[in-house]
Design a protein around this ligand. Structure first.
Ligand SMILES: Nc1nc2c(c(=O)[nH]1)N[C@H]1C(S)=C(S)[C@@H](COP(=O)(O)O)O[C@H]1N2
Ligand SMILES: [Mo]
Length: 406
């Protein structure tokens, strides 16, 4: 009979950190045991989120921000949306974390410890926009199944790690490589260990970009548990589903990666526009790559009331996937005329850009402020819901807020 193993020191330390105190009889805990204190039903406490965050689902945990919560230039953990497809891994042993590279386009499998990644490769820090492909889904009609995100499934934190390209080169991939696919430690909701909750990836060209990271830090500290501790793939500007959390494997593929949620209709949109409600065959659906141009007014909160003044400085962020945002405009007359906002350059490629504008309202009354970004290819955000698609992806319609001048 095989004796059950006790928890490793590294896992114990991680659990103690998550609990905020020492586990006094920790040496008696067996591997796989789930501590009651970490099954906190209060997700705000558990994930250290602001109470104004909105829970969309608890199995798995999905939580979004509201526009006004995203006002920071660099998104702090407490305002960062959570999108999980499975169960967050239990008992993470960061001290012994490993990542294995395999796949058809690799001569021999290669494993690196997290320690090795940190010591062997140069480290880089970038601020990177991560937006869920389904952000804005709640507006689709006919409705699309899935988390009913409004506007808050986007973040732009600072990520530190090593370049995936440096590690890929070290691992020595073959010339026929076309795609990478990630593997992770989270578990399928069914409990079936042979099923991966999600295993997506990106073409080699994206994998080899300078900003594509194997990240082990977020905003200067450990990556929070819900966001992929202790190692995460980050591919900014693409649907955030390409950025695998709790990363423990990369397959270098000689074909488009065919992991969970890469095939069928997942994270795909009709290659050609379709009428709302139309059925689309899987083979007519194309993989989402760069995310479309979009913006968010983060100050003031919609419903603001100006008392004894008629001037207001609005601010927010705009982003455009792989592209840059070229101009940012606002309208207070329901889109009949547009004024230019001040727009900053991004901190680095694939980071969102801050905008602001000081608006003078002509008289007392009700207004809406509409914001519209234009990308470097001159594509503008649509005023209303863009191309309907069966799974409700890529809603980049203009953000609007209500303002009363009294
Ligand atoms: N291992 C793993 N990685 C994952 C997911 C997941 O469920 N498991 N969800 C993906 C999806 S769909 C999104 S939108 C982002 C969400 O990242 P966040 O929770 O850090 O905001 O993580 C992606 N990476
Ligand atoms: Mo997502």
């Amino acid at each position: 009979m095989q004796r059950r193993k006790f928890l490793k020191k590294g896992s114990l330390l991680t659990l103690a950190t998550a609990l905020g105190t020492e586990i006094v009889f920790g040496k008696n805990i067996r591997e796989g045991y789930q501590l009651l204190g970490l099954q906190d039903p209060d997700p705000f406490k558990l994930f250290q989120k602001d109470p104004q965050m909105v829970v969309l689902n608890d199995k798995p945990w999905n939580m979004e921000a509201q526009a006004h919560l995203l006002d920071d230039r660099v998104t702090p953990n407490r305002f960062m949306f959570i999108r999980n497809n499975g169960k967050i891994p239990a008992n993470i042993d960061a001290a012994n974390w490993k990542i294995t590279f395999d796949g058809e386009s690799l001569e021999t499998k290669k494993t690196y410890s997290l320690k090795e990644l940190k010591s062997k490769f140069k480290q880089y820090t970038y601020q990177l926009t991560l937006e869920c492909g389904g952000n804005g889904r709640s507006e689709f009609n006919p409705p699309a199944k899935g988390n009913q995100w409004t506007v808050g499934a986007v973040s732009c934190a600072t990520w530190t790690g090593v370049r995936l390209k440096d590690v890929l080169e070290d691992a020595g991939y073959k010339k026929d490589a076309v795609y990478i696919g990630y593997h992770a430690a989270d578990t399928h909701l069914s409990g079936d260990p042979s099923k991966e909750p999600i295993s997506r990836g990106v073409p080699m060209a994206k994998a080899l970009q300078d900003e594509t990271l194997l990240a082990f830090k977020m905003n200067g500290g450990d990556i929070p548990l819900a966001h992929g501790y202790p190692l995460r793939l980050i591919a900014g500007g693409w649907p955030a589903s390409a950025s695998g959390k709790w990363l423990n494997g990369i397959s270098i593929r000689n074909k488009i990666h065919d992991g969970t949620k890469m095939t069928g209709s997942a994270y795909r949109v009709p290659c050609e526009a379709v009428a709302p409600g139309e059925k689309v065959k899987d083979e007519d659906m194309c993989i989402i790559e760069s995310m479309p141009v979009k913006s968010l007014i983060t100050y003031p909160k919609s419903g603001a009331v100006l008392k004894n003044k008629n001037s207001l400085t609005i601010r927010g962020h705009a982003w455009a996937g792989e592209l840059q945002v070229k101009t940012m405009e606002y309208s207070i007359d329901f889109g009949s005329s547009w004024q230019t906002c001040r727009l900053e350059v991004p901190k680095n490629r694939l980071a969102w850009q801050h905008f602001s504008a000081t608006i003078s309202f002509p008289k007392k009354g009700y207004y809406e402020v509409w914001a519209r970004a234009t990308d470097s290819n001159n594509l503008k955000q649509p005023m209303i819901l863009p191309g309907w698609n069966p799974k409700g992806y890529l809603n980049n319609a203009c953000h609007r807020i209500a303002v009363k001048v009294s």
